[in-house]
Write a protein that binds this ligand. Structure first.
Ligand code: PA5
Length: 469
């Protein structure tokens, strides 16, 4: 199982001003946390609570259908192209990057065991969209279009472009190259998929985008590139059992939620940095940034008070970002908590050769870069503590589907518990709706005429300050 170490926030290590007496706080919040966990587990099956993600580890039917489809198409495609944005892309991206052999897309068919290369088109940058479509042989590409709402503008635009090109290349057969993951009955994509006769997978009711990685949204791309999704599901089940424990002393998600909440509200730690010491985990912080930001950044709490809650999540990668962000973290404002993600055992151990024996780098010879990475992570943690900067560490024994699923699921539970501590609605995202409405207006969607004229007037005011150099 993954482990959690909070010694880096203890006041006896980093001092009272910035640290916590953690055990005392666990005792103070024991009752509250136990109520929160009981309440989440009681509400999880009720419609409209958006807690169905807590059941995804037990969705055997989905796992069966995903595996069946993956084995049906095995060997037929050279590329898998995932179309989606936000929660419909970030989980799959984080997991495939971590679990596939590094540089997967550069490996030969044989080295990939004939599983496809994988590409995520999670933006609408015209140059990169065009560039990717130039690179891919669409005839040999399976396109997985993913959207819960079935209407997200970026995903629909990508889909329309790709579908059109597929049809030009394949004629009527293009349908076999598209698989859609969406709601079971609502949304434009559902309607189109049914009309066009695509193979489809369902995102269950009451599973929001940022909590959907363990539905077909994430499981299908994983299975299509040959990742063992049974291992992933086992990881979720095992950690889910542990995280149902209502005693904060035995529940690592509750511990990290409380630590973040207290550091934010009592110690001014307005920023939470996630810093894995692993390149394979490089997209996990992107997934977490979405989860933490959209779930906790809220203008009002559940009682209608204006709160402007939420910590700003940031991404860093160890050791790389020791050479970019760490100066600020050590000496700049003491407004952050750093979440290290450490890997117990890497798949590879690389020895540094004993060369340059008569130079100042002789000490490296015979050591491994694994030892070096560990030494750097330890040194960074202790230096931050020397400067009274709080840190926690999540330890993955190794990078595999089992432990990665545990990490992501723990972070989901942590987020849900934090939402209850902040007393906000973790599962809505009204703060992004206005920009979507303006976009619809500007793009001429019917029903959004008012938004169109409102934003056009406002843009006129903005554009007055444009300076020509
Ligand atoms: O967390 C969320 O619900 C959102 O950020 C969605 O993931 C994002 O808006 C994409 O939505 P959809 O899957 O409907 O295209």
């Amino acid at each position: 199982m993954i482990k959690f170490d909070y010694s880096g926030v203890e006041s006896n290590i980093i001092g009272n001003e910035h640290g916590l007496n953690v055990q005392e706080e666990f005792n103070n919040y024991r009752e509250k946390i136990s109520q929160i966990i009981a309440d989440l587990n009681q509400r999880k099956d009720k419609p409209g609570q958006w807690l169905q993600w807590m059941n995804l580890g037990y969705n055997e039917e989905t796992v069966w259908y995903v595996k069946e489809y993956a084995s049906m198409v095995e060997g037929r495609f050279d590329n898998l192209l995932v179309l989606g944005i936000g929660g419909s892309a970030l989980g799959g991206l984080a997991m495939t990057e971590a679990l596939l052999k590094p540089y997967w897309n550069y490996l030969s068919n044989e080295q990939r065991n004939n599983y496809p290369r994988i590409f995520f088109l999670d933006n609408i940058d015209p140059d990169s969209v065009n560039g990717l479509l130039d690179v891919l042989d669409l005839k040999k590409t399976l396109v997985n279009v993913i959207t819960k709402s079935g209407s997200t503008v970026e995903t629909m635009a990508q889909y329309m472009i790709v579908k059109d090109r597929l049809e030009q290349e394949l004629g009527d057969d293009y349908r076999k190259n598209i698989v859609a993951t969406t709601d079971k009955q609502t949304g434009i994509l559902r309607q189109l998929a049914d009309q066009e006769g695509y193979k489809t997978f369902v995102i269950p009711d009451d599973v929001g985008g940022r909590f959907s990685v363990f539905s077909a949204v994430g499981l299908l791309p994983l299975a299509l590139v040959g990742i063992d999704i049974d291992e992933v599901v086992q990881g979720i089940k095992d950690i889910d059992l542990a995280l149902k424990n209502m005693d904060i002393n035995n529940n690592i998600a509750a511990q990290n939620a409380l630590i973040h909440y207290l550091l934010d509200t009592q110690k001014g730690k307005k920023i939470s940095v996630m810093m894995p010491y692993s390149s394979r985990l490089r997209y996990v912080p992107d997934w977490f940034v979405h989860l933490w930001a959209e779930s906790l950044g809220k203008v009002i709490d559940n009682d209608g008070n204006i709160v402007h809650s939420g910590q700003t999540p940031l991404k860093a990668i160890g050791a790389t970002d020791q050479y970019s962000q760490m100066q600020l973290y050590n000496e700049g404002p003491n407004d952050k908590i750093i979440n290290f993600v450490r890997v117990g055992e890497f798949d590879n151990s690389l020895e540094i050769p004993k060369i340059f024996e008569y130079t100042g780098i002789r000490y490296l010879g015979g050591k491994t870069i694994n030892e070096l990475l560990d030494a750097e992570a330890d040194s960074t943690k202790v230096t931050l503590a020397d400067n009274s900067r709080p840190t926690v560490s999540i330890i993955m024994p190794k990078i595999d589907g089992y432990h990665l699923a545990q990490l992501l699921y723990m972070l989901e539970v942590q987020t849900a518990i934090a939402g209850e501590l902040y007393n906000v609605n973790t599962f809505n995202q009204e703060g992004v709706e206005q920009a979507k409405n303006y976009t619809y207006g500007l793009m001429g969607r019917s029903g959004y005429e008012e938004s169109a004229s409102e934003i056009k007037n406002k843009l006129d005011v903005f554009n007055k300050d444009t300076v020509n150099v």
